[in-house]
Design a protein around this ligand. Structure first.
Ligand code: 1PW
Length: 215
């Protein structure tokens, strides 16, 4: 991208939103979680049109959750913990099969949560990669280890094609707009543990309430 387009984007700022996610008692604040995700979507859009179908799905899920947050019961959606409690107590989640609540906050966030695991695995590979590392292979391996198991064949196929279009390692770092490759690696080393912690807290919460497989 041209230098002028780079001015208001820096991947570090986007990942920093995840730092704000955790409240002092380690609950996940939805507003910041969604801000983190909006940053990831911005980044995907900078990678080019081939990621359009991925970023569109993530955007629509961010929007569904924002609508809850800005809606009548918005205060119940302050944290992921309060959302789960509220939706379960009020029977607002389709637990076994899609019925009258096909777009609950719980099922919508679960999709983003699963994708966050992919991101975590991918960025960790990127962080520890050698100069000749292939971003497309790193991305595909991370995807196959995580998100792919939840996707039908046709989505896996489309994702695989999109990964092939990823820019090489150095060009990818440039799109991040963080600085030299060393600075990117250092930034990832700082930011990733936070993403991991947010992922783990959400994962434990969903496991505790038996929500990991909701349709
Ligand atoms: C380069 C770093 C990229 C990290 C961003 C990760 C975004 C992952 C989004 C993948 C979306 C693939 C296409 C959509 C598939 C949907 O069917 C699926 N959504 C997700 C997020 O997995 C499931 O949602 P659904 O169909 O049950 O509403």
């Amino acid at each position: 991208p041209a230098a002028s387009e780079n001015q208001n984007f820096c991947f570090k700022d986007e990942l920093d939103a995840f730092k704000l996610c955790l409240s002092p008692n380690k609950e996940v604040i939805l507003e910041h979680y969604l801000a983190g995700w909006s940053g990831l979507v911005k980044f995907l859009n900078r990678l080019g049109n081939v990621f359009g179908f991925i970023s569109k799905d993530a955007s629509s899920k961010i929007q569904i959750l924002r609508n809850f947050l800005n809606g009548e019961s918005g205060s119940e959606y302050f944290t992921v913990q309060s959302m789960v409690k509220y939706e379960l107590e009020n029977k607002l989640v389709d637990l076994k099969k899609a019925g009258s609540h096909p777009e609950s906050g719980c099922r919508t966030l679960l999709r983003l949560h699963r994708a966050l695991r992919w991101l975590e695995l991918f960025l960790e590979r990127l962080r520890t990669s050698q100069e000749d590392g292939k971003t497309s292979a790193m991305c595909a391996e991370s995807y196959n280890e995580s998100l792919a198991q939840f996707h039908p064949w046709v989505v896996r196929k489309a994702a695989g094609l999109a990964f092939c279009m990823l820019p090489g390692r150095l060009a990818f770092f440039e799109v991040m707009n963080v600085g030299t490759p060393d600075q990117v690696v250092a930034m990832l080393g700082e930011a990733l543990p936070v993403v991991t912690e947010v992922y783990q807290i959400t994962q434990e919460l969903y496991a505790k309430h038996d929500l990991l497989d909701i349709p």
